[in-house]
Design a protein around this ligand. Structure first.
Ligand code: HOZ
Length: 425
């Protein structure tokens, strides 16, 4: 396989773009290779600028649940483009999308559309602070909630594999109100709440952590968060940027049967366009300007092209609940392939899988929090990544990201991927 054009483009890009990329994990730094520059995506495949075609299990880090360039989404977007790209004024589509989100997640009685998951979380936290009149936020080590200042503390995603674990450029005073507990450890939450509970505006959690690799909540963990936040008058925020519309149409809150106060969404909700959302109970969301005193605004918020892609994607998912069972089964088959590989080759691999999300950690496991995730052998992961790539399978270029299965992946493609995993080149 030749990567000449990607190599050339990477060299050129590094002269004009920091690290040659617009998001750090894309630089392939932790797998020691040149990033692929992508030319196009169709269904379950992406093709790079050198003409190499890959089965894609990154799926744009989650949005691609229907695969690339789904014909109905593309057609609707093309039609919407003919009517203008942005107006900075309300449209019927914003309301239609809000209704679809509410139908999927009844806890989201009112919703604001924004442009990225980072913006959604940043805004939800402002609302929580405005609503409760409190300043502190409790987050979990290894949970990632975008790159806003107050949340880049013990974050996951590329913050785990870049040289700077938390970011420079963030004044200490900005993170003074951020408390950090351990994921899946109710004691650590209890202790912090005992000490600061009456100052905590919200507990924010990835209900399934998917930015330190995929880490499932232990039985009772989310229930405990619901109970303790209620007890202390703090809000519970589910960051469903990854799990929303992925674990099921109703996201993690439906999957686990927990009702959060606020929810943040991104990725799938925009159908592949830059869009995200935050929402929740009416009395909380009515804190947002122009009804209430919490300010949040955006020129491209509720953009008509993005809302079109979001609506069509959500409508397809709503009409096809069977997709969820199908992609879950496929993810389970992939998880088995990793277990077979470990058994056949004596390799240390621990697999976490839920719905269409999975991660193979190169460690003995169990992986249930930040420390057990980061005990993984990232060199072994890099070798696995390179071997997969050379055989036409594109997985996340980092141990600490998820593998995503889409409705476009066929049985045959899953079997082919399992063969590549099990053969261990
Ligand atoms: N934060 C994203 C993964 N969890 C990466 C987004 C990207 O590089 O596109």
């Amino acid at each position: 396989m030749k990567f000449n054009k990607s190599e050339w483009l990477f060299e050129q890009s590094q002269k004009r773009i920091p690290g040659g990329v617009n998001s750090p994990v894309r630089a392939f730094g932790s797998v020691g290779r040149t990033p692929l520059f992508i030319d196009r995506g169709e269904g379950s495949h992406i093709t790079d600028v050198d003409g190499n075609r890959f089965l894609d299990y990154v799926c744009s880090w989650g949005p691609g649940i229907l695969g690339h360039a789904h014909p109905a989404v593309v057609q609707a977007v093309q039609e919407a483009c003919q009517k203008g790209l942005t107006y900075g004024a309300p449209t019927e589509k914003e309301w239609r999308l809000a209704e679809l989100i509410h139908a999927a997640m009844p806890s989201v009685e009112k919703v604001r559309l924004v442009s990225s998951g980072t913006e959604a979380v940043m805004s939800a936290i402002r609302v929580a602070r405005g609503y409760t009149g409190r300043d502190k936020i409790l987050k979990f080590k290894g949970n990632y909630h975008g790159h806003s200042d107050g949340l880049l503390v013990k974050a996951g995603s590329a913050a785990l594999t870049t040289a700077v674990p938390d970011s420079s450029g963030v004044p200490v005073s900005y993170t003074q109100n951020t408390l950090v507990a351990l994921y899946n450890d109710t004691d650590s939450v209890g202790k912090l709440m005992e000490e600061y509970g009456d100052q905590v505006a919200a507990v924010i959690v990835e209900p399934v952590a998917a930015n330190m690799g995929v880490v499932l909540p232990k039985a009772g963990f989310l229930e405990y968060l619901r109970e303790i936040t209620t007890r202390y008058g703090a809000l519970l925020i589910f960051d469903e940027v990854i799990t929303g519309f992925r674990l099921g149409f109703g996201g993690a809150q439906e999957y686990f049967g927990i009702v959060p106060d606020l929810t943040t969404l991104g990725k799938i909700v925009g159908g592949g366009m830059p869009m995200a959302a935050y929402g929740g109970r009416t009395d909380i969301m009515d804190m947002v300007s122009p009804v209430g005193p919490v300010y949040q605004a955006g020129t491209l918020s509720g953009n008509p092209i993005a809302t079109t892609a979001g609506i069509v994607t959500l409508e397809i998912l709503k009409e096809h609940p069977e997709y969820y069972k199908d992609i879950e089964q496929k993810a389970r088959r992939l998880a088995r392939a990793f277990q077979n590989r470990a058994k056949n080759w004596g390799e240390e691999i621990w697999v976490n899988q839920i719905g269409s999300l999975l991660s193979a950690f190169f460690t003995t496991g169990p992986v249930e929090d930040y420390d057990s995730a980061t005990a993984s052998d990232t060199k072994a992961y890099a070798a696995y990544f390179g071997a997969m790539l050379e055989q036409g399978v594109y997985v996340a270029p980092s141990q600490f990201e998820a593998m995503f299965v889409s409705a476009a992946h066929t049985e045959e493609e899953i079997e082919e991927t399992c063969r590549v995993i099990e053969e261990r080149k």
